[in-house]
Design a protein around this ligand. Structure first.
Ligand SMILES: Nc1nc2c(ncn2[C@@H]2O[C@H](COP(=O)(O)OP(=O)(O)OP(=O)(O)O)[C@@H](O)[C@H]2O)c(=O)[nH]1
Ligand SMILES: [Mg+2]
Length: 430
């Protein structure tokens, strides 16, 4: 099934040109018509379809919207689309439907962004979070904070102009209120990392000497035989990716060639790729073989891990462990028996700085987080002006800036360039 969607004042006119509805089916709003898409020039039928007309303002864009529900398939739909374009419509830009919905006041910017996030969600948790955004959870919180700032700003600005005519302002109450808003913003900025993790996921490279069980771990976590496993060191020669979801977090797991000195040119190329994967990863699992204990080669590898990237030392083959667990090992697993994988997942996510509070209800995306961070910093500036005993108009500059940032999050204060940037990330048709 495919839907060709037309939005704008000409939608019905275009629909009537190219849709044949047999009998006397009325062209009422929000009523489905049955018929055929027909080329008015040649009379040729292109597809059997259903037509749905939604008159403004009761539509997603709040404009007249007409949808042609076609059978689908590449050729038939492409021909229907061509016909629609030839009849006076133009192709929608990415996110243009949502953009019009925003411009016509049906959605605020956070809800519009949530639509895009819902569509691209790679895990249920990410989808739930996006849905909460679509329900307006984020917009309500940000708008409430902005209102509080605007209230204070109004008080201050009144004092700037009419100090003598107004009752004296209580600077302590004002400072307390600004500080409360600043702290809530900072909390939202801190939580944004979790949301980011749920949205974007993590690229995790499994690194280690040959034969320690890297491919076995990839298979165990992916729950399928994705990678070739043999008892021969040097089995994996190329990077192998597997997409999975751990505790609600989407992961791209990378199996790599075991790193060692070798004369084999193919293996060497593989090892080169392992090093590239190491450099590009968001997190690294350094796998060691507990049946052999900690070796000099493990130390060498550990020394090569990039300091800025979170890493975890994982001891594998616990079922054949020789002696005590080496002090360097942080999590003990058996990829073969499937033991310790839950603990590994928890330790990995914790190492990436995110204890996944299940209660997380709203999370800012990168754009929103940056604005909230600027707002928090501006408020800190206001509070400094207060502490230094500067006159009111010094406070208002930063306060106004903070309110503007929050308005930009919800779209209440936003310019065209920002909108274009936001909506260009959407897919076409949304
Ligand atoms: N006993 C035991 N054997 C394991 C475990 N995990 C992996 N192995 C075995 O160790 C051998 C090597 O496993 P691989 O997963 O191919 O190791 P690798 O690190 O990918 O090796 P390279 O690709 O050569 O670098 C295989 O025979 C596995 O069955 C484990 O937890 N316990
Ligand atoms: Mg392997």
């Amino acid at each position: 099934m495919a839907i060709v969607r037309i939005s704008g004042p000409q939608a019905e006119v275009i629909g009537r040109q190219l849709f044949d509805a047999p009998g006397d089916q009325p062209w009422d709003s929000h009523r489905v018509l049955y018929g055929h898409v027909r080329d008015p020039a040649s009379g040729e039928r292109l597809d059997e379809a259903l037509l749905l007309l939604m008159k403004a303002p009761r539509s997603f864009t709040r404009e007249d919207v007409l949808e042609l529900h076609c059978h689908g398939g590449l050729i038939a739909v492409a021909r229907v689309l061509e016909l629609v374009l030839a009849s006076g419509a133009r192709r929608a830009r990415p996110g243009e439907f949502s953009q019009r919905a925003f411009l016509n006041g049906r959605l605020d910017l956070t809800r519009a962004e949530a639509i895009s996030e819902l569509i691209t969600a790679r895990s249920r948790r990410a989808a739930q979070l996006a849905l909460a955004g679509l329900d307006g959870g984020l917009q309500r919180r940000i708008s409430a904070l902005r209102e509080r700032l605007l209230d204070q700003l109004a008080e201050l600005e009144a004092r700037v102009d009419f100090e003598e005519d107004l009752p004296p302002l209580d600077p302590q109450a004002l400072v307390a209120e600004l500080e409360a808003v600043r702290q809530e913003l900072q909390g939202l900025v801190a939580e944004a990392g979790v949301g980011q993790l749920l949205r974007d996921g993590l690229k995790v490279a499994i690194i280690g000497r040959p034969n320690v069980g890297k491919s076995s771990l990839l298979n165990a976590l992916s729950r399928r035989e994705r990678a070739i496993v043999t008892e021969l060191p040097g089995t994996t020669r190329d990077l192998l990716e597997s997409e999975l979801v751990l505790q609600g977090v989407p992961l791209t797991l990378l199996d790599t060639a075991g790193i060692r000195a070798t004369d084999d040119p193919v293996e060497r190329l593989g090892i080169e790729r392992s090093r590239q994967a190491l450099a590009a990863a968001d997190a690294v699992l350094l796998l060691v073989d507990l049946s052999e204990g900690w070796t000099a080669a493990d130390s060498e590898l550990r020394a090569q891990l990039p300091a800025a990237v979170p890493s975890l030392v994982v001891g594998n083959k616990a079922d054949r462990a020789a002696g005590d667990t080496p002090a360097q090992v942080e999590v003990v697993i058996s990829a073969l028996a499937g033991h310790g994988l839950e603990e590994l997942a928890a330790a990995l996510l914790a190492r990436c700085g995110h204890s996944l509070a299940p209660g997380l209800e709203v999370a800012l995306n990168a754009r929103q987080r940056d604005l909230a961070a600027v707002a928090a910093t501006s408020l800190a500036g206001s509070l400094e002006a207060a502490a230094a005993g500067l006159p009111w108009d010094f406070w208002t500059i930063d306060l106004r800036q903070a309110a503007r940032c929050l308005g930009e999050i919800t779209g209440e204060e936003v310019n065209e360039a920002v909108l274009d940037r936001v909506f260009s990330r959407f897919c076409i048709g949304k």
